[in-house]
Structure formats: structure tokens, C-alpha cells
Design a protein. Structure first.
Lengths: 326, 415
């Protein structure tokens, strides 16, 4: 009976289509799409759509909802948290931690990105020259990327320990006073930036190196024939042709750096006294770092971070569009 | 690389931005609990114990005697609080939960725990001041499984070298005098943990309470004197600058290096203390004017979370009673290096190991952090307190400034 119904509705559809085709003869033939194929298309889409909904859309929705309600531990468990509008956001924006955290996030992100990109690009250009052992060396540069973050962060905090750290021992050997890398408000942010740059270099190196591979060799040969210097070749060939790859590297690096939490948490816990607190560590501290969690404000800070990342994505798309129109 | 593929990349990069940032802040894993079938779940904060440890064996035995099979999971302490809250929200709490004592008031506030009256658990043998951390508004939400607290470990060899007689160290001024002698002998003085987490407050409290300060007045002159003591030690080089980032474990590692005369640490390090390469001793943390300072009690409570099926409480009650009954309590506390919460078992412990005497005294003098009717106000006070300690030690603020800022923060957070 089901198949009979389907057949009937299909033949109706065909009749209608034929009628429509007769009514407007000069129109190009409509794309052949039967009802069955449409369903098949949706069926192929369903796993991805379901996955996106379950693992991206729903958590995001929950996070927005958390930030708009006034949750206590009681209402978190029992339900019935009153709707609080933008109260959590107001509370977060007025908190004494907000401005320093935002500033640290900006400094951390910009400094990390610039250093990672500059060093990554320099290394990519260096390895692009293909010299003996260049493959081995390049592989070694990937090590920071392969290490679990807990290992690299702990290693850095040992290296930078004020009492027993290797860095201070090395400084002492050349007669420099020991620096309280992780325990002084003046140095803690710099210390986590250094560690983060070290971790981020391999990513920049790999992506920029593959971008360099894609630049056609003949361009360089022609430039060499024209007598272009090394700097000129970089400025007028490498740099412009690498720009799309650079943009995506910077965007991915930005998103990655904005949400860096584990590294800072392991090295300084965002301290001393908020001196290395970023929005990401602050969000964690509000939500999970205290015996009595503040889910609402924690989620609000998380959402502000999302807005920053989306804003960066929008800037990137704008940049892309401008490139294409040119 | 074609432009259309870049376009796809642009869109997917934007999606990725959304997704990554979303999961970063909203992620939370859900634990599944096996229901029915005579399987009872137990969560504890002892991930260091594997399935062949005495602790897990005891759990299984208690399960057998209660006629059920036990499925046990060990979590990291801080992780367990979040896990327990989320499980309560999802309605899949474990049948038995072993959890750090200051968390009890939070979970009780959330309505996630049953009272001992509901489940008919006997807590009459427990020391009242230890039981206090698990009580709110006259109701008890669990049974202490064991207590630990802080004391000062000292390096006997190093003190002998520096010419310090440990029996003279009875108050703050004599302790500082000992540190001066140690420094004069070219060694390092004292290490502790002042990290910006609950651990930092935990370690500072013996000095805070030992000065006569109260958690309800963080900016009192007594509180200032305690923080000034620590800050002066740092400035004078008696304590290393690394204390600002030390966890209790890294502080122990510093002490274990043999360079430090004193280390503030807990009962749980006793097993490691036996492995030290030097002779060590233990004294209670002195109060400002002499005598033993009240240290905060650490240690876990064992409690029965609220279940949809109240029929499960009977077997859970048997499990808890088994784990906290006389002989088993001795086994548990010996395994965990804890002091028993029952006077009779404490005597057995000291009889078996005379070294534990100092710890039993320290536990007797100890105070619950959530006691004094603070309950869930404690976490709101503790965070400003550890922040004040951090800002004074790192030199960002003077002790009086740091503590008055802390009191303002605590006021606005608790009102």
C-alpha cells in the first residue's frame, strides 16, 4: 500500500511538472530531481547535521542558556533557575577582573601570534632552502607540537621555577639576578607567552612551509634572471603569494590562542593575583576553580570569548572577499 | 590553491571558531551509572589506588558482605566535585560518594545528598569537631572516613647542623629565630604552598587561626599579623619565592630535596616521609603566642547521594556502615595515611605507630573550614583569602591592603 501511494504521488508530481513545462516552454529543462534523490541527499547529510547539532549547537545553546540564568548549585541540580537576562554579563563586565583579563587576553594573543608567525615564517624560509639534514631538523621542530600540553607546560614551569629552575641557573652563570618568572606579577604573563610561542611555532612552520612549496619555482628563476635581490624576491613574490596561507594560519592561530587555558592554568593558575589571567582561565575559575561554582558568570565569560573568535572569523571572511574582488 | 576552496575554508574556519570556542567553555562529560542488577557504584578521590590496592579490596569485600557487586571509580579531587554536581543534575549520582569535606556543604546545598537520618546511618561514635564539616542546619550529610591536617615536618640533620634545638620552637618568634639561624648556616628555611587555589588557603589557615583571626574578618589586625609573618619570611629569604606557585606536592619535593629546615605539609605525606634521605621530625604548627595552632581539617566524608530509587539506600547504608566500622576504619585510615575520626580507633593507630601521636593531637586541635556556621559562605571567603596571600607574597600589595581588599571582595560575594 505504501509503494502504491508513493507511485501515485510521484505520477501526480510528474504530471504537474509536465504541465508546468508546457506552460513555460522556453525555460531551460528543470534539473532532474525526483523525491527519492532528495531524501537520499538528506540522508547523506543527516549524520553530519546530527553530529553538528549534538556536539556543537546544543553545547553552544546550553552555554548561552547558562549565561542568561541565575544558577546556584541548588538550581543547577534541581532546575528552576530564574531567568536573569543580561545580569551575568553585567556582573562580569563590572568585575574588577574583567579589564585586566581582557587586556591580558589581547596581549597574550597578539604577542603570541606575532612571535609564532614571525619565527615560524623565518624557519619555513630557512627550511625551504633544502640543505642536508633539513628534513630531520624540520621533524625535530615538530616535537613541541606532539608533546601533550601537560608535559610541555610542566616542563616550562620547572625550567622557570624561581628557586630550582634551569633558566635562573643559566642567568646566574652569566651574573644576572634571578627572575621570579612565574611568581612575580611583572613577569608571569611574559612567561606564559614565551611557553605558548614555543608551542605554536611548529604549527606556523608546517603550514607556512607547505604554502611556500605551492609557490611556482619559475617565478623565482625569472626574478633571479631580472637580478632581484633576496629581499626583493621575498617582498614581491613570497609575501604576496603566501598571503592567503598567512591569513588562514593567523586565523587558526588566533582561535587557538584565544582559548589557551591549560598552559596558563598549569603554569601560573592565572596568578599571582590575576596577573596572567585571561578570559579563558577566568571562565574556568568561575565555573570550576572554586568549591562553590558560579556557572552563570563563567558561561558569560565563555560566550564573550566566542564572540571574539567569531569576530575574528568575520574579519577574515571580509579580508578574503576583498582579496577576491581585487 | 583555488579561490573556491579558500571560500570553503573561510566558512569552515568560521564554523570551527564557533565550535571550538563553544566546546571550550561548555564541555562537560556525563558519567553513566549502572543501575540495578545488584551493581552499586562508588566514586572516590583516590585515583592513586589501583584495583589491586587495599582500599579497592576493602570496597569489594564490603560489597560482598552487603550482597552486591561494587563498581568503583577514582577521580581527581577537584574533578570529583564537578562530576558529582553534574551527576546530580543528570540524575545518575553514584550510590556511595567519598568526597572532600568542604564540598559536603556545597552538595548538601544543591540537595544532592541524603541526611544520615534518612538513611539511618550511625554517626554517634565520630568526633564532633570532625563531624561538624558535614553538618548543616543540624542535619548530617555523611560520615567522616578519616581526617588529616597540617603540621611542620623538619629536617633533623639540618637543624642539628644549624644549632637549632627543636624543643625551643614553640611560637612564631622562636620559629623565626630558628629560621634566622638556619639561614646563617647557609641553608634554606621553610617551604609551604601559597598557590592561588583552595590549597593556598588550606595552608595559610593554621597561621591565620593561630594568630587569633576569624574568617568573618579577613582584615583584622590578627589576620594582618599572620600574612605579615609569611611576607616577611619571603622578603628575608627564609621562604623561597616559589611558594607562590607551590602546590603541596611541589612544596614537599622542595622539602624532600634536603635543603629546607621546615616544610608545612600533611599526614598524607607520611608514606613519602619514610623514603626521605635524612632524619625528619614533626611538630604541630605553633600559634602566634605559643601552643598548637588550629589547623584546618582535611579528609573525606562518605555519603549517600540522593537516588530516584530510594530502595537502593538499604544496600548503600550497609556499604557505608561496613567501610566506617571499627576494624575496617583502621584498615582504611592506615591505607590512606589518615587519622581515624573515632577516638578508640585513634588509640589503636597510635599504639601501632607511636609517630602518629603528634598527628592525633593536631587533628584534635583542628577546625573544619566550613564550620562556625560558614557552610557555603566559606568558598566565597576562601577565594579572596588566597588572592590576598598571593598579592602580598608577590609584592603587589602590602598585607593590610591585600586583606582589606579581600574583606571587601568577601563582603560583596557573600551578601
Amino acid at each position: 500500500m505504501g509503494s502504491h501511494l508513493a507511485r501515485t504521488s510521484r505520477s501526480v508530481a510528474v504530471r504537474e511538472r509536465d504541465a508546468a513545462a508546457r506552460a513555460t516552454p522556453p525555460a531551460p529543462p528543470p534539473r532532474r530531481r525526483t523525491g527519492g534523490a532528495g531524501w537520499a541527499a538528506w540522508a547523506f547529510l543527516a549524520p553530519v547535521a546530527g553530529y553538528l547539532l549534538a556536539f556543537y549547537a546544543y553545547p553552544l545553546y546550553r552555554n548561552v542558556e547558562l549565561s542568561l540564568r541565575e544558577y546556584t548549585v541548588r538550581s543547577f541540580v534541581q532546575g528552576g533557575a530564574p531567568f536573569a537576562g543580561l545580569d551575568n554579563y553585567r556582573q562580569v563586565l563590572a568585575a574588577p577582573t574583567f579589564v585586566p583579563a581582557l587586556w591580558h587576553t589581547a596581549v597574550f594573543t597578539v604577542a603570541s601570534l606575532l612571535c609564532q608567525f614571525a619565527i615560524g615564517l623565518a624557519l619555513a624560509l630557512f627550511f625551504h632552502r633544502h640543505f642536508p639534514l633539513s628534513r630531520t631538523l624540520r621533524a625535530l621542530f615538530l616535537v613541541p607540537w606532539l608533546l601533550p600540553l601537560i608535559v610541555s607546560a610542566s616542563t616550562w614551569s620547572w625550567l622557570l621555577n624561581s628557586e630550582a629552575g634551569l633558566v635562573n641557573a643559566a642567568l646566574a652563570a652569566v651574573g644576572v639576578e634571578p627572575v621570579n618568572w612565574l611568581t612575580s606579577p611583572r613577569w608571569s604573563l611574559l612567561s606564559v607567552i614565551i611557553a605558548n610561542v614555543w608551542i605554536g611555532i611548529p604549527f606556523n612552520l608546517v603550514v607556512l612551509y607547505s604554502g611556500l612549496q605551492a609557490i611556482p619555482r619559475p617565478l623565482y628563476e625569472a626574478a633571479a634572471l631580472d637580478g632581484a635581490s633576496g629581499w626583493q624576491r621575498f617582498r614581491w613574490i613570497t609575501w604576496p603569494l603566501l598571503r592567503p596561507v598567512s591569513a588562514i594560519t593567523l586565523l587558526l592561530g588566533l582561535i587557538y590562542t584565544l582559548k589557551v587555558f591549560d598552559l596558563i592554568w598549569i603554569m601560573t593558575r592565572g596568578g599571582p593575583t590575576d596577573s596572567s589571567t585571561t578570559l579563558a582561565t577566568w571562565s574556568y575559575r568561575l565555573g570550576f576553580g572554586n568549591l562553590l561554582p558560579e556557572f552563570g558568570p563563567g558561561a558569560a565569560v565563555g560566550n564573550l570569548l566566542i564572540l571574539l573568535a567569531v569576530g575574528a572569523g568575520a574579519v577574515y571572511i571580509g579580508f578574503e572577499r576583498r582579496q577576491r574582488l581585487r | 590553491m583555488t579561490r573556491s576552496s579558500l571560500r570553503v575554508r573561510a566558512v569552515s574556519a568560521a564554523l570551527l571558531a564557533l565550535a571550538i570556542a563553544g566546546t571550550a567553555s561548555a564541555c562537560s562529560s556525563k558519567e553513566t551509572t549502572t543501575e540495578g542488577g545488584g551493581t552499586y557504584t562508588i566514586w572516590d578521590p583516590y585515583p592513586q589506588f589501583t584495583d589491586d590496592s587495599d582500599w579497592v579490596r576493602l570496597l569489594k569485600e564490603c560489597g560482598t558482605s552487603a550482597g552486591v557487586s561494587v563498581e568503583r571509580t577514582g577521580y581527581d579531587t577537584t574533578d570529583l566535585t564537578n562530576k558529582a554536581l553534574l551527576a546530580a543534575q543528570q540524575g545518575n549520582s553514584p550510590d556511595v560518594l567519598v568526597i572532600d569535606n568542604p564540598v559536603i556543604s556545597t552538595l548538601a546545598e544543591a540537595g544532592a545528598l541524603t541526611t544520615t537520618d534518612e538513611t539511618d546511618l550511625d554517626v554517634s561514635a565520630m568526633e564532633p569537631h570532625l563531624l561538624g564539616a558535614g553538618q548543616r542546619d543540624g542535619r548530617t550529610y555523611g560520615v567522616p572516613i578519616g581526617a588529616n591536617t597540617l603540621a611542620l615536618y623538619y629536617n633533623k640533620d639540618l637543624l642539628a647542623e644549624a644549632g637549632v634545638d627543636i624543643s625551643t620552637v614553640t611560637d612564631w618568634s622562636s620559629l623565626t629565630a630558628a629560621l634566622v639561624k638556619v639561614k646563617a648556616a647557609g641553608k634554606k628555611g621553610i617551604t609551604f604552598s601559597a598557590i592561588g587555589t583552595e590549597e593556598g588557603s588550606f595552608q595559610f589557615l593554621p597561621w591565620f587561626w593561630g594568630a587569633g583571626a576569624q574568617l568573618t574578618a579577613l582584615d583584622s589586625p590578627q589576620a594582618v599579623s599572620a600574612l605579615t609573618l609569611w611576607t616577611d619570611w619571603l622578603t628575608a629569604g627564609h621562604a623561597p619565592n616559589s611558594v607562590i606557585n607551590n602546590t603541596q606536592t611541589t612544596s614537599w619535593q622542595e622539602f624532600a630535596s634536603g635543603d629546607y629546615a621546615f616544610g608545612e605539609n600533611g599526614t598524607w605525606q607520611l608514606a613519602n616521609a619514610a623514603k626521605l634521605s635524612f632524619e625528619y621530625g614533626i611538630i604541630p604548627i605553633p600559634a602566634r603566642a605559643g601552643g598548637t595552632a588550629p589547623a584546618p581539617t582535611g579528609g573525606e566524608f562518605i555519603s549517600i547521594p540522593v537516588q530516584g530509587d530510594t530502595g537502593r539506600y538499604a544496600a548503600s547504608r550497609q556499604l557505608v556502615a561496613c567501610l566506617t566500622s571499627g576494624d575496617n576504619l583502621l584498615t582504611t585510615d592506615t591505607t590512606l595515611s589518615y587519622i581515624a575520626p573515632v577516638a578508640a580507633v585513634q588509640e589503636q593507630q597510635v599504639a601501632a605507630n607511636a609517630e602518629l601521636g603528634v598527628w592525633v593531637d593536631a587533628v584534635k586541635a583542628a577546625k573544619g573550614r566550613t564550620g562556625d556556621d560558614l557552610g557555603t559562605r566559606y568558598p566565597r571567603i576562601s577565594e579572596p583569602l588566597w588572592t590576598a596571600v598571593q598579592s602580598a607574597l608577590s609584592g603587589a600589595r602590602t598585607p593590610p591592603e591585600a586583606l582589606s581588599a579581600a574583606q571587601r571582595a568577601a563582603d560583596s560575594a557573600t551578601n
